[in-house]
Design a protein around this ligand. Structure first.
Ligand SMILES: C[S@@+](CC[C@H](N)C(=O)[O-])C[C@H]1O[C@@H](n2cnc3c(N)ncnc32)[C@H](O)[C@@H]1O
Length: 210
């Protein structure tokens, strides 16, 4: 962690103990623990939920459940989060922490491909969607989820600066960078939505459906 991030974290809400434990467990036992949202982004996701007051939130890409717990922390008693993870080998890890979380009643975990599961939700259902799955498929997730988001609802897309690789010439980019570039370029021209990229961590795009 660099010094400014350390300063931000020590002057923001603390990371809850369960999430610290989850993160340590992931760093010891999982292959890609860097995918976890972490302290700063986790607190930010909770704050976005507090600000938007959504009833129905969808997360695409659960991984360990870290960000799901953060999103659910911001919900009111009526609020609910559906989170989708394609990797069934993560289910045991996710449930271990969801079951210990005070948020567990507010979270439904779906194991499967988000592109199969999203069409099963009603149109105009979600007030907030967090996209954080396969970078090659961001355009597909966005188009699949768009009719499921109510007018005035929000979509937050993670990793949209992709470690600075968005500045790479598209011809020489790897498939994940190409996916992010295509998503960012398409979104920039999409007048169905308002959008702004925040340079937080790996880039977070905030999108509002007009
Ligand atoms: C970056 S991680 C998610 C991190 C998590 N949101 C957090 O911040 O703690 C991306 C996850 O998306 C999952 N994933 C990839 N493609 C998917 C798909 N089509 N549907 C659902 N999940 C998918 C991966 O298996 C991986 O666990």
């Amino acid at each position: 962690m660099d010094l400014i991030e350390e300063y931000i974290c020590t002057h923001s809400d603390a990371e809850p103990d369960l999430l610290k434990e989850l993160s340590r467990d992931a760093h010891v036992h999982l292959l890609r623990p860097r995918m976890i949202a972490g302290h700063l982004q986790g607190r930010l996701l909770k704050m976005f939920v507090r600000m938007i007051c959504p009833k129905h939130v969808l997360e695409i890409g659960t991984y360990t459940g870290y960000s799901a717990i953060c999103l659910a922390e911001g919900l009111t008693e009526e609020g609910h989060l559906d989170t989708i993870e394609i990797d069934d080998e993560m289910e045991e890890f996710i449930r271990k922490y969801l079951n210990r979380s005070s948020q567990k009643e507010k979270i439904s975990l779906h194991i499967g491909d988000a592109l199969d599961i999203i069409p099963t939700f009603e149109d105009d259902f979600f007030d907030l969607v967090f996209i954080d799955a396969d970078k090659r498929k961001y355009e597909e997730y966005f188009e699949a989820v768009f009719p499921k988001v109510c007018t005035g609802g929000f979509i937050i897309a993670d990793n949209t600066l992709w470690n600075g690789k968005v500045l790479t010439d598209a011809q020489h980019a790897d498939p994940q960078t190409k996916g992010i570039l295509a998503f960012n370029n398409r979104l920039a021209k999409d007048d169905r939505v308002e959008k702004v990229i925040l340079p937080v961590r790996d880039g977070l795009t905030l999108i509002r459906k007009k």
